[in-house]
Design a binder for this molecule. Structure first.
Ligand code: F6R
Length: 375
């Protein structure tokens, strides 16, 4: 079953172009996006919603954190993301026009299912499941659904489920943007127009090829991994829509290599974590060439000045230069709003190769289960 791969995690990382292609299959030949991909009732619901609440656990919650940036920016709707196990036990204020999105690879996570029950008991009517298992418990209980077509995920650490969740969430964002009148025929200053929709659909269609190019960086990432294996701690920094990718990079590293890793939005560095930085603490930075790069460079400078070693994931056009203590790896394409999908693949490869060097049980990390059906 493993074919040319050493572990399911590696196989599943490399299956991502296919998984994305399958999940986005409806786009081939489609002129524009139809709400029906989220279920028969989606057209009415997506024009009625006035805000979004995303509920999930672990990696799936980081997909939600990424989507929050997309939904507020493109669809202009307020979006909150809450950890399912917190939401279910908290007194919260329900809004019946809010779209509740539950994200789960397995569709069986006890806390996510209970959070969905809780939302419904509070009067939420608009519920959407983004799941990888069509006959799962969560899918049976929502009014709308989108099934990612990642195929079975065997490795405990989630990889291809995450990137396909992101692709589904981007489709949702575009439909919400349309439903909110942000997608019209005429160009407007702040809204999405029809040609923008075409541009985004073209980017989505190209995503499998773009991911393929990131996978080709495996040898360089493997070389970096050697330098993490003897470390006790690592810090992951990102900003904006790449902060959730820093969170996911840190989670991947800690769960399979057992290295303590923490993610921070880079602007928070001097509010605390900078005190930890020394030569023994590698600092991973997600640094695509976006509107926040200059800010991020200032944060990198703060790390360098304290003797911290930087491992920077940039892209072709990021103006950051290699020097003593600053290692740079360039992702081949700069991918705008969808860039998190590419950057997370590099993070998965880094965690995988650090774990290989350490000799841990990559597919079955200690103390963890694939599907968490108890709270
Ligand atoms: C991390 C990981 C977990 C899951 C979490 C939710 O690699 O796999 O954090 O993401 O347990 O699982 P699902 O998505 O099945 O609800």
């Amino acid at each position: 079953e493993l074919g040319q791969y050493r572990h399911f995690m590696q196989k599943e990382i490399f299956e991502q172009p296919q998984a994305l292609g399958n999940t986005l299959e409806m786009l081939s030949g489609a002129g524009c996006l139809q709400p029906g991909i989220f279920g028969a009732d989606a057209a009415g619901v997506l024009t009625d919603v006035d805000s979004v609440l995303i509920l999930a656990c672990g990696t799936s919650s980081y997909a939600g954190n990424t989507a929050r940036y997309w939904i507020e920016q493109l669809a202009g709707l307020p979006c909150n993301v809450e950890i399912a196990s917190e939401y279910r036990y908290r007194v919260s204020v329900a809004n019946p026009r809010q779209l509740v999105v539950v994200i789960s690879q397995s569709g069986e996570t006890a806390d996510t299912l209970a959070a969905l029950h809780h939302a419904k008991s509070l009067g939420h009517r608009h519920t959407l499941a983004i799941c990888n298992v069509p006959e799962s418990a969560i899918v049976r209980e929502t009014s709308l659904r989108f099934i990612t077509r990642a195929g079975p995920e065997i490795g405990v650490a989630s990889t291809k489920a995450f990137t396909t969740q992101l692709s589904a969430l981007f489709l949702l964002t575009l439909l919400l943007a349309k439903g909110n009148g942000r997608l019209t025929d005429a160009r407007s200053d702040d809204g999405l127009d029809a040609s923008q929709e075409q541009d985004f659909l073209a980017e989505l269609r190209h995503l499998p090829v773009a991911v393929e190019k990131v996978l080709a960086l495996e040898p360089e990432i493997e070389a970096w991994a050697q330098r993490f294996a003897d470390k006790q701690h690592a810090l992951f920094l990102g900003r904006g829509r790449h902060y959730p990718i820093a969170q996911e990079g840190a989670l991947k590293l800690k769960e399979i290599s057992y290295i303590h890793a923490e993610a921070y939005p880079a602007g928070e560095l001097k509010h605390g974590p900078l005190a930890l930085v020394d030569a023994e603490m590698p600092v991973v930075v997600i640094a695509p060439n976006d509107e926040l790069l200059e800010k991020l460079k200032a944060n990198m400078q703060e790390v360098s000045a304290r003797g911290g070693e930087l491992f920077v994931f940039a892209d072709g056009c990021s103006k950051v230069a290699e020097s003593e203590g600053i290692n740079i790896l360039r992702l081949p394409e700069h991918y705008g709003l969808l860039s998190p999908v590419l950057h997370v693949v590099a993070q998965q490869l880094l965690a995988y190769h650090v774990a290989l060097v350490k000799g841990t049980d990559v597919d079955k990390p200690r103390n963890l289960a694939k599907s968490v059906t108890v709270e």
